[in-house]
Ligand binder design. Sequence first.
Ligand code: HEM
Ligand SMILES: [Fe+2]
Length: 381
Amino acid sequence: AGIENWTRSIWFGNQGFEYLDLGRFWQVLLIIGLFFWVLILYRGLRTRLQSEQVGNMPWLFFFSALSIPAFYAVGLLAHPAQHFTTTEFWRFWVVHLWVEDFLELFTTILVAYLFVLLGVVAERTALRMIYLDVILYSAGGIVGTMHHVYFSGVPAMHMALGAFFSAAEVIPLTFLTLEAWSFLQLGAIQESSPNARFPHRWTVMFLAAVGFWNFLGAGVFGFLINLPIVSYYEIGTALTANHAHASMMGVYGMLSVGLALFCLRYIIPEKHWTDRPAQISFWSLNLGLAWMVFATLFPLGIIQLYHSINVSYYDARTLKYIGSRGNSILEWMRLPGDVVFILGGTLPILYICFLGIRYMRSNTTTENPNEILFTELATRD
Ligand code: HEM
Ligand SMILES: [Fe+2]
């Protein structure tokens, strides 16, 4: 409503930042919604939490979930009446700390927890890995926030710290990619087991996709634009969009579809379950995203960077340059990928959601389901 000027209210339209933003009302509503989500999690975890120590996995899972609304709420500290330097600082607490620290940690803990529940990894091993990740993210991720504010008027110290610590993020990211490897192995072992059909095949595939996009979208494309000298020429260009889309959809989009499938697999009775839509969605989402990145955003970004270095950064961001013929052609190139993504990617998932609502089990999830949903692989320690 804000961009169409239907309303100029900062509560329902734009708040007045230089970029497209949510009205304050919607921002607060989203925060309330996220806290509500934590409340739902708490309801399910409550009895388990009472019997666990605060440093154990269920509590860590709960705390990491709590950090998601808490750190989204930090965005309320950015106010358009303040100086640009201040608003950018708080804004990137949300953008950066959210995606490169708390959500990554949430993902790690969640996946570790799932693996413990599925009997694949011993609890102690999983817990050690989580603590190691907490340390690595706290070192790299938190100070690394400064890679967003090199040029927004903060003291020069931020440039040095940001460049160094965000480069250090390669360490936890490598672990995450290695983790994806173990998903694929898990899938392969389960597939080859003669006595049980593995029910969570596509959840595991989506988790492997999370690992893949963590490597490509966050790792490779993030690092590409991470150093101050690169940022100087390309900040806020198509290479930023290239990294942002590949990592946001690739990592957190795939994660949410994978988790939704995991839950749906439990609530839909065996006789109504079908793997096919999950398979179609998996390939369509991944190919569609890869298409968008490689047919449009990445080449667009490289050409824009070339223009920025040769002509000027200012010129490379003018509407005249962005709307030029070559750029328009590249932008239209993404259309086939978008069609695959939207039709092949989302419709089958919506169909499975529909099955979930239509045939939802009447018994509660605290009871064991009738059919076996997982097999014991190993009990390593
Ligand atoms: C899954 C993880 C990640 C997600 C979802 C993500 C998402 C994003 C988004 C949405 C932006 C645009 C922010 C804006 O301008 O408003 C961005 C910018 C940026 N990201 Fe990431 N990111 C991730 C990981 C990383 C990693 C690991 C690095 C490198 C160490 C990185 C480096 C950067 C840099 C340098 C920018 C600023 C680029 C510019 O404006 O030119 N990101 N990221
Ligand atoms: Fe960042």
